[in-house]
Design a protein around this ligand. Structure first.
Ligand SMILES: [Zn+2]
Length: 135
Protein backbone atom coordinates (compact mmCIF):
# COMPACT_ATOMS: atom_id res chain seq x y z
CA UNK A 1 0.00 0.00 0.00
CA UNK A 2 1.62 3.26 -1.10
CA UNK A 3 1.41 5.68 1.79
CA UNK A 4 2.18 8.60 -0.53
CA UNK A 5 -1.18 8.00 -2.22
CA UNK A 6 -3.52 10.49 -0.46
CA UNK A 7 -6.46 8.15 -0.98
CA UNK A 8 -4.74 5.57 1.23
CA UNK A 9 -2.31 7.62 3.37
CA UNK A 10 -2.84 8.26 7.11
CA UNK A 11 -5.51 10.91 7.70
CA UNK A 12 -4.41 13.97 9.66
CA UNK A 13 -6.52 14.65 12.74
CA UNK A 14 -8.70 11.57 12.36
CA UNK A 15 -9.42 8.78 14.81
CA UNK A 16 -8.10 5.59 13.20
CA UNK A 17 -9.78 2.24 13.82
CA UNK A 18 -9.82 -1.19 12.25
CA UNK A 19 -12.96 -3.30 12.47
CA UNK A 20 -13.20 -6.69 10.79
CA UNK A 21 -10.31 -5.73 8.52
CA UNK A 22 -12.03 -2.48 7.50
CA UNK A 23 -9.84 0.60 8.00
CA UNK A 24 -11.72 3.60 9.36
CA UNK A 25 -10.51 7.19 9.75
CA UNK A 26 -13.12 9.27 11.48
CA UNK A 27 -13.31 13.06 11.97
CA UNK A 28 -16.11 14.95 13.72
CA UNK A 29 -18.13 17.63 11.93
CA UNK A 30 -20.90 19.11 14.07
CA UNK A 31 -23.51 16.41 14.65
CA UNK A 32 -22.02 14.33 11.86
CA UNK A 33 -18.84 12.41 11.17
CA UNK A 34 -16.73 12.40 8.03
CA UNK A 35 -15.06 9.06 7.45
CA UNK A 36 -12.67 7.44 5.07
CA UNK A 37 -13.43 3.75 4.90
CA UNK A 38 -11.08 1.29 3.18
CA UNK A 39 -12.50 -2.14 2.39
CA UNK A 40 -9.83 -4.59 1.30
CA UNK A 41 -10.23 -6.89 -1.69
CA UNK A 42 -12.24 -9.95 -0.67
CA UNK A 43 -14.17 -8.09 2.02
CA UNK A 44 -17.80 -9.12 2.44
CA UNK A 45 -20.00 -7.73 5.22
CA UNK A 46 -21.79 -11.03 5.91
CA UNK A 47 -18.45 -12.89 6.15
CA UNK A 48 -16.32 -10.38 8.06
CA UNK A 49 -18.67 -8.22 10.15
CA UNK A 50 -22.06 -9.95 10.50
CA UNK A 51 -21.16 -12.06 13.51
CA UNK A 52 -19.55 -9.13 15.33
CA UNK A 53 -22.44 -6.76 14.58
CA UNK A 54 -25.12 -9.35 15.37
CA UNK A 55 -27.72 -8.35 12.77
CA UNK A 56 -28.79 -10.38 9.74
CA UNK A 57 -27.89 -7.52 7.37
CA UNK A 58 -25.95 -4.27 7.70
CA UNK A 59 -28.45 -1.82 9.17
CA UNK A 60 -26.38 1.30 8.57
CA UNK A 61 -27.15 3.84 5.88
CA UNK A 62 -24.14 4.76 3.76
CA UNK A 63 -23.97 8.15 2.06
CA UNK A 64 -20.84 9.41 0.44
CA UNK A 65 -18.51 9.11 -2.49
CA UNK A 66 -16.61 6.09 -3.73
CA UNK A 67 -13.14 7.33 -4.73
CA UNK A 68 -11.58 3.98 -5.60
CA UNK A 69 -12.66 0.46 -6.40
CA UNK A 70 -15.99 -1.25 -6.86
CA UNK A 71 -18.68 -2.48 -4.49
CA UNK A 72 -21.74 -4.64 -4.89
CA UNK A 73 -24.76 -4.20 -2.62
CA UNK A 74 -27.56 -6.70 -2.15
CA UNK A 75 -30.81 -5.93 -0.34
CA UNK A 76 -33.05 -8.54 1.31
CA UNK A 77 -35.66 -8.30 -1.48
CA UNK A 78 -33.09 -9.15 -4.16
CA UNK A 79 -32.47 -5.60 -5.38
CA UNK A 80 -28.80 -4.99 -6.13
CA UNK A 81 -26.63 -1.91 -6.59
CA UNK A 82 -23.23 -1.73 -8.28
CA UNK A 83 -20.88 1.16 -7.61
CA UNK A 84 -17.59 1.87 -9.35
CA UNK A 85 -15.33 4.82 -8.56
CA UNK A 86 -15.75 7.71 -9.11
CA UNK A 87 -19.39 7.60 -8.05
CA UNK A 88 -21.69 9.03 -5.38
CA UNK A 89 -23.04 6.36 -3.04
CA UNK A 90 -26.41 6.12 -1.31
CA UNK A 91 -27.20 2.81 0.36
CA UNK A 92 -30.25 2.19 2.53
CA UNK A 93 -30.10 0.10 5.72
CA UNK A 94 -30.74 -3.63 5.33
CA UNK A 95 -28.05 -4.86 2.94
CA UNK A 96 -25.10 -7.14 2.47
CA UNK A 97 -22.17 -5.78 0.49
CA UNK A 98 -18.81 -6.81 -0.85
CA UNK A 99 -15.77 -5.57 -2.73
CA UNK A 100 -15.61 -6.45 -6.42
CA UNK A 101 -12.22 -6.94 -8.06
CA UNK A 102 -8.63 -6.85 -6.87
CA UNK A 103 -8.27 -3.34 -5.52
CA UNK A 104 -9.50 -1.91 -2.23
CA UNK A 105 -12.75 0.04 -2.25
CA UNK A 106 -12.33 3.46 -0.66
CA UNK A 107 -15.47 5.29 0.44
CA UNK A 108 -15.64 8.82 1.80
CA UNK A 109 -18.73 8.72 3.94
CA UNK A 110 -20.77 11.10 6.12
CA UNK A 111 -22.82 9.66 8.95
CA UNK A 112 -24.88 10.74 11.93
CA UNK A 113 -24.03 7.56 13.89
CA UNK A 114 -27.36 5.90 14.84
CA UNK A 115 -29.45 8.60 13.12
CA UNK A 116 -27.94 8.51 9.65
CA UNK A 117 -30.95 7.09 7.78
CA UNK A 118 -33.41 9.45 9.44
CA UNK A 119 -31.25 12.55 8.95
CA UNK A 120 -30.82 11.76 5.26
CA UNK A 121 -34.53 11.07 4.83
CA UNK A 122 -34.02 7.37 4.11
CA UNK A 123 -36.28 4.52 5.22
CA UNK A 124 -35.30 2.49 8.29
CA UNK A 125 -34.63 -0.38 5.92
CA UNK A 126 -34.65 -0.78 2.12
CA UNK A 127 -38.14 -0.73 0.63
CA UNK A 128 -39.97 0.63 -2.36
CA UNK A 129 -42.23 3.68 -2.00
CA UNK A 130 -45.83 2.61 -1.46
CA UNK A 131 -45.01 -0.98 -0.57
CA UNK A 132 -45.22 -2.55 2.85
CA UNK A 133 -41.90 -3.36 4.52
CA UNK A 134 -40.83 -6.96 3.92
CA UNK A 135 -39.91 -9.37 6.63
ZN1 LIG B 1 -35.81 -3.41 -3.46
Amino acid sequence: MATTDPILAPVKGADHREVGGVQLDIARAGAARVKRVIYRPGFRWSTHLKEMVGTHLCMHAHVGFLVRGQIHIQYADGCTLEFAAPQAVSIEPGHDGWVVGDEPAVLIEVDFEGETARRFGMPESHRHPGSAPRE
